[in-house]
Design a protein around this ligand. Structure first.
Ligand code: KIV
Length: 275
C-alpha cells in the first residue's frame, strides 16, 4: 500500500517509527520499496554521493528532476520526497512554488523537502497551499555549510537550542507534514519531537525522533570520502564491489570471462560457410 502523508500522521499518533532512506535511481529505489521502507528521499546529497561534488551547493533542479523521475518509477509504495536544491526556493516564494511544482509534475515526487526554519516559512506555507506536501529540514542544513563553517553539531547552546525549538514550531504552523532534524543532540531532538504533532525524522539526532533517515551509500559502506559519527554501516558493499571489480578485471585479462555459459551458440555449418 502506498505510504502517504496520512501514514506519517498515523505513525505519530500510534507511536510507530517511520523508516526513510535516500535513493537516486530506479533499481535502488525498487529494492528499498520491496524491503518495506516507508519513504525514499531523493536527497540533494546526490551532489556528494552520485556526482562527486564536495558539497550540495552545485546541485541543480535538472539534477533533482532527473533522479526523482527514476526513483518514482521504482517506489511503488514508498513516499517519494524530493529535495529542493540550493537557490530553488531561497530566492522567493514564487520560485519556491514553481520549483516544488516541477519536482511533483516532472519528477513525480509525492512531497518536497527544503532546508531552514522560520525564514523559509512563507515558502512552506505557499507550497502547502498549492497542494504540495512539505518536509522541512533543521539543525545541520548542508546547503548552509558555508555559513556554518563546516559540518558541525547544531543546537548546543541554550540560544541555539531555543531557536531550533522555535523553528520547528513555526515549520509546523506553516503546514509542513514532517521535519528532518540533522546533527542535533539526542535530548534536544527528543524534546522537539515531544513538542510537535508532526513527524520528526532524525539523522544524527538520536533515538527520540519519530523516524530515521540515512544516506544509503553511507549505510552500505559505499562512500568513503567522509563518514559522520551517526552513520551505522549495515553492510560493507564498498569492499564487496571492489573485490568483484578486481576479479572481473583479472578474468577479462586472463580470458576466464566470458565462459561457455555466458556465450551464444551458432551452428558450425553456418560459420564454416562464412570463412
Ligand atoms: O540530501 C540528503 O540526503 C538529506 C539527508 C541527509 C536528510 O537531506
Amino acid at each position: 500500500m502506498k505510504n502517504t502523508v496520512l501514514t506519517f500522521a498515523k505513525a505519530k499518533e500510534d507511536g510507530t517509527k517511520i523508516s526513510m532512506l535516500t535513493a537516486y535511481d530506479y533499481s535502488t529505489a525498487k529494492l528499498m520499496n520491496n524491503a518495506g521502507i516507508n519513504s525514499i528521499l531523493v536527497g540533494d546529497s546526490l551532489g556528494n554521493v552520485m556526482l562527486g561534488y564536495e558539497d550540495t551547493i552545485s546541485v541543480t533542479m535538472e539534477d533533482m528532476i532527473h533522479h526523482t523521475k527514476a526513483v518514482s518509477r521504482g517506489a511503488k509504495d514508498a513516499l517519494v520526497v524530493a529535495d529542493m536544491p540550493f537557490m530553488s526556493y531561497q530566492t522567493s516564494v514564487y520560485d519556491a512554488v514553481v520549483n516544488a511544482g516541477r519536482l511533483m509534475k516532472e519528477g513525480r515526487a509525492n512531497a518536497v523537502k527544503l532546508e531552514g526554519g522560520k525564514e523559509v516559512c512563507p515558502q512552506i506555507k505557499a507550497i502547502v497551499e498549492a497542494g504540495i506536501p512539505v518536509c522541512a529540514h533543521i539543525g545541520l542544513t548542508p546547503q548552509s555549510i558555508n555559513a556554518f563553517g563546516g559540518n558541525k553539531v547544531q543546537g548546543k547552546t541554550e540560544a541555539a537550542a531555543q531557536k531550533l525549538i522555535e523553528d520547528a514550531l513555526s515549520i509546523q504552523a506553516a503546514g509542513a507534514f514532517a521535519v528532518v532534524i540533522e546533527a542535533v543532540p539526542e535530548k534536544l531532538a527528543a524534546l522537539i519531537t515531544s513538542k510537535l504533532d508532526i513527524v520528526t525524522i532524525g539523522i544524527g539526532a538520536g533515538n527520540g525522533c519519530d523516524g530515521q533517515v540515512l544516506v544509503y551509500q553511507d549505510m552500505l559502506g559505499m562512500y568513503s570520502d567522509f563518514t559522520p559519527k551517526f552513520v551505522k554501516k549495515y553492510a560493507n558493499l564498498g569492499e564487496i564491489m571492489t573485490a568483484a571489480f578486481k576479479q572481473y578485471d583479472e578474468e577479462v585479462k586472463s580470458s576466464a570471462f566470458p565462459a561457455a555459459e555466458h556465450t551464444y551458440k551458432i551452428d558450425d555449418d553456418i560459420i564454416e560457410k562464412l570463412y
